[in-house]
Design a protein around this ligand. Structure first.
Ligand code: IMP
Ligand code: MG
Length: 191
């Protein structure tokens, strides 16, 4: 049983995998405030729509928009995930569509993590067809060494090594999203 009150934990053991603390709640929250300030400055003359990519981005989206000092709207859509694996299937499909009309609007795609960049590339192509006035991408995390697609990310919380992470919205087999901080897969394995 996870004891959230006692976070941060020294380690989390999932099967043979050991996850250790990586980004604290404080580090995450202070970086989000900086990102929100930047976004606030950049969207002074418009009402942007923040579009979250489910499931991973829901916590980041929530904290980010609370620190954005602007009139804004939000919506979510859902892409296929990794399933229960730690490695991408290399395929993306749309599982839940967007409800809002983005034609002529300034949209900001909100991602939890950019790994190969395939999801963001898919999203950009999907929305480009719907004629938004502008489209930017904000991600909490990016693994620059894993990038395989030529995509531009406009706001980046943290560049991190190409290792699997959990917590703060990010899951492993759908679990651990509710942790307030982020943990990384360590070299150590549980015997
Ligand atoms: P990409 O399409 O390869 O850029 O992968 C992006 C998606 O994969 C993210 O939105 C996450 O849902 C998932 N993902 C990538 N790396 C991790 C990770 O380290 N932990 C949890 N999910 C991840
Ligand atoms: Mg995701």
């Amino acid at each position: 049983m996870l004891d959230l009150v006692n976070e941060p934990k020294e380690k989390i053991i999932i099967g043979n995998d050991v996850f250790v603390p990586f980004l604290t709640e404080k580090q995450i929250q202070s970086r989000i405030k900086e990102l929100a300030e930047e976004i606030t400055k950049d969207y002074q003359t418009t009402v942007p729509i923040f579009i979250g990519v489910l499931n991973g981005s829901f916590i980041f989206m929530s904290d980010l928009i609370k620190s954005v000092d602007l009139d804004c709207e939000i919506d979510f859509f859902k892409l296929s995930s990794y399933g229960d694996a730690k490695i991408s299937s290399g395929k993306v499909t749309l599982l839940k569509e967007l409800n809002c009309d983005v034609d002529g609007r300034d949209i900001i795609i909100v991602e939890d993590i950019v790994d190969s960049g395939l999801s963001v590339k898919y999203i950009e192509e999907l929305f480009a067809e719907q004629n938004p006035k502008s489209m930017k991408v904000v991600t909490l995390l990016r693994k620059p060494k894993s990038l395989k697609y030529n995509i531009k990310i406009d706001y980046i919380g943290f560049d991190i090594p190409s290792k699997f992470v959990v917590g703060y919205g990010l899951d492993y087999a759908q679990k651990y999203r509710n942790l307030r901080s982020i943990y990384v897969l360590s070299e150590e394995t549980e015997k």
